[in-house]
Design a protein around this ligand. Structure first.
Ligand SMILES: Cc1cc2nc3c(=O)[nH]c(=O)nc-3n(C[C@H](O)[C@H](O)[C@H](O)COP(=O)(O)OP(=O)(O)OC[C@H]3O[C@@H](n4cnc5c(N)ncnc54)[C@H](O)[C@@H]3O)c2cc1C
Length: 398
């Protein structure tokens, strides 16, 4: 293994990778560069992990392609007609890079009707990620204490017939990858009476931000780990370490030089409201505007998260907000309709969630000037779920 490593980015992927490397060989020097300030001191971070709210689901359902035909159709809708969709930017304003990425995204969805091998690839990765998180939590109590639940997440399916295919698909995945788990199908009304079908999928929910702070604390105590906050790396070829690991999400151009990566930003949004009494995390599988809406109770608080639009290469949060606001109104309507909870547009915060067209994570190693440059990024909904797998991928490179 190399003796010195640079990591760019202190989101969940950068921190967990540093944790894995440090545990595998405490003699390795690790330097972590982060564009933002230390998250314990300030707010306003931009990263997907540190810049958003404290809830994520880790389930077998993350990022399975969801009702492909709706996605494909939604790609064409701008800005937010009846079906607000993925394309938030006016087509005429897209750069050539963005157009290329859009076409790639669209092509994948056009050929992706029904359950495909891609869906199985997702499911397999999700279940591997879930297992890896379980293993981590059982080994390290300091990690475990940031998990809100460790058993199941309930998924509610809208009763529209097109979504029943997705419901069947989820049942199929649960049967195939997690046969011990009983899939519960119900016609009865639980909390959400719009939904006819729901099932329990194996999964857990985690307070990602407090876990990230914990990892920072653990790493800061290691004499071989150094953090450089407020430090933007423009050109990693100048870093004088044996290996360089990019975990910058969708927020930096350098990884995008590799065209095959095609990683871009999807708008993520958060609202934190008073918890009306939910005890278990759940998802609502409704296509518009958010493919899956995550709801995570955390004591008196309920975190609601969704994602609904492609913003091209934008990393500017205020531009993202401008693009997303019209679509967010639909999200608010949904929350009100399904949960009878009032959320105002001011309560919604926006962030960028990195995504590849396939939704699969990004893993690439390039050797330049006899140094290894490793690029990893969790994609869209499943970046937390896949994080330990990506960290293991990095370890395998040495
Ligand atoms: C609303 C929302 C809900 C989500 N829900 C789920 C979920 O339920 N389950 C799930 O599995 N996943 C979920 N995700 C996805 C998951 O949260 C992300 O994929 C994951 O947090 C990404 O982590 P990361 O470390 O790859 O990137 P980030 O957290 O974005 O970290 C990258 C870091 O790199 C820094 N950086 C960038 N460029 C540079 C540079 N040049 N120099 C120095 N530093 C730089 C940034 O400041 C940032 O802190 C969700 C995402 C969002 C937005």
């Amino acid at each position: 293994m190399s003796k010195s490593i640079s990591i760019i980015g202190s989101g969940i992927n950068g921190l967990l990778t540093a944790f894995y490397i440090s545990n595998s060989d405490p003699e390795i020097s690790i330097t972590i560069y982060e564009a933002d300030s230390h998250p314990a001191n300030e707010s306003g971070q931009k990263g997907t992990t540190l810049g958003s709210k404290d809830a994520r689901h880790i389930t077998g359902s993350e990022s399975i392609c969801f009702e492909s035909s709706v996605h494909h159709q939604a790609l064409r809708n701008y800005p937010s007609s009846i079906q607000p969709g993925w394309l938030l930017k006016d087509e005429s304003k897209l750069s050539s890079n963005e157009l290329m990425w859009r076409d790639k995204f669209e092509k994948l969805y056009t050929h992706n009707k029904g359950v495909t091998e891609l869906d199985y690839a997702h499911a397999e990765l999700n279940y591997k990620g879930l297992k890896a998180w379980h293993d981590l939590a059982s080994k390290y109590p300091k990690i475990e204490r940031h998990f809100l639940t460790q058993d199941v997440v309930r998924v509610y399916f809208e009763s529209r017939s097109s979504l029943l295919d997705d419901f069947k698909m989820e049942c199929d995945f649960s049967d195939r990858y997690y046969p011990i788990q009983k899939v519960i199908q119900s016609d009865g009304l639980d909390i959400l009476n719009t939904y006819k079908s729901h099932l329990l999928v194996p999964g857990m929910s985690v307070q990602i931000k407090s876990l990230a702070l914990e990892l920072i604390d653990i790493l800061e105590r290691s004499p071989k780990v150094n953090f450089h906050w407020n430090t933007v790396i423009e050109d990693s070829t100048r870093l004088d370490t044996d290996a360089i690991i990019w975990t910058a999400g969708a927020t930096h151009q350098q990884p995008l030089e590799y065209k095959e990566m095609y990683i871009q930003g999807i708008v993520g949004c958060w609202a934190t409201v008073k918890n009306p009494g939910f005890t278990k995390p759940f998802k609502i599988a409704a296509p518009i505007p958010s493919a899956y809406m995550n709801l995570t109770p955390d004591g008196d608080t309920l975190h609601i998260s969704g994602g609904f639009g492609w913003v091209g290469a934008t990393t500017d949060k205020s531009e993202v907000e401008q693009l997303a606001k019209p679509v967010a109104r639909h999200l608010i309507e949904q929350i009100h309709k399904f949960l009878d909870i009032d959320v105002s547009i001011e309560e919604i915060e926006y962030c960028i969630r990195p995504s590849t067209p396939s939704g699969l994570p990004l893993m690439k190693t390039v050797v330049k000037d006899s140094k290894k440059h490793i690029y990893i990024s969790g994609s869209s909904k499943s970046g937390t779920t896949h994080a330990p797998i990506l960290s293991e991928y990095v370890l395998d490179q040495f």
